[in-house]
Design a protein around this ligand. Structure first.
Ligand SMILES: [Zn+2]
Length: 238
């Protein structure tokens, strides 16, 4: 294999390992961030429930006040009943009493429904707070673990990174620049092998003439489709 190609293949191997390390760190941190976000979401839900309960309590208070007025009205009409003479007057007052009692009943039902709703919301708050407590403990433990893991990974990464830089320093500068650019634009794969005339980076066939030159292995080629640096190596032979 061409010396430059061999160097690039080795460098890419190291770079891919470094990419993997970076992805690992990112995954750990993202998972932790998700946990923290989930707690924040629950806390927001608790706040919203508490606000909703406050509104319901206000509504209930208003209903209780109107209900008390209506009850007073019932009592007032009942005592008035004793004093009226004609049945026409009695009928009118009875109707009023009936009307007021009906309203009292409606208010009572409404208040009861609100109380049930509030109870449900309070139960949900308790449940959420319970979950928040558990998740907070877990997140704290997880945060410690992630910090340790990331520290370990970072130390290992430094060693690998130093080796990578040593390797890179030996590579022809122009070729290295081309490699770096290709890595950025081609999802981390700048150099790839060709197997049975097919570029393993983009799976397109190389022109026969270029393929014949590639088989000789003494010059650097790029895939005409994806521009990756290519070299010959059969998967079956490997
Ligand atoms: Zn290609």
């Amino acid at each position: 294999m061409n010396k430059h190609i061999a160097q690039l293949v080795q460098l890419q191997g190291l770079d891919l390992e470094l990419d993997k390390i970076d992805n690992g760190i990112r995954a750990e941190q993202e998972a932790l961030a998700e946990r923290v976000q989930s707690i924040a979401d629950r806390e927001e839900a608790v706040k919203e429930l508490a606000a909703a309960i406050k509104e319901k309590e206000k509504e209930k208070k208003l209903l209780e006040d109107t209900m008390a007025d209506k009850q007073d009205q019932v009592r007032d009409r009942q005592s008035k009943m004793m004093r009226v003479q004609t049945s026409r007057e009695q009928q009118a007052i009875l109707r009023e009493i009936e009307e007021a009692k009906k309203l009292v009943k409606e208010h009572e039902d409404h208040i009861l429904a609100i109380m049930q709703e509030v109870e449900k919301m309070q139960a949900r708050i308790a449940e959420e707070k319970n979950l928040i407590a558990g998740e907070t403990t877990l997140a704290a433990e997880e945060s410690k673990r992630v910090r340790r893991t990331v520290e370990e990974i970072t130390t290992a990464k430094k060693t690998k990174q130093a080796r990578r830089n040593q390797e890179a320093a030996q590579i022809d500068a122009a070729l290295l620049r081309k490699y770096e650019m290709l890595r950025q634009r081609r999802h981390g794969i700048a150099i790839t092998n060709v197997d049975q005339e097919v570029c393993q980076g983009c799976h397109m066939k190389l022109p026969p003439q270029q393929y014949n030159l590639l088989l000789r292995g003494d010059s650097i080629h790029e895939c005409p489709s994806c521009q990756r640096i290519v070299y010959y190596r059969s998967q079956q032979g490997a």
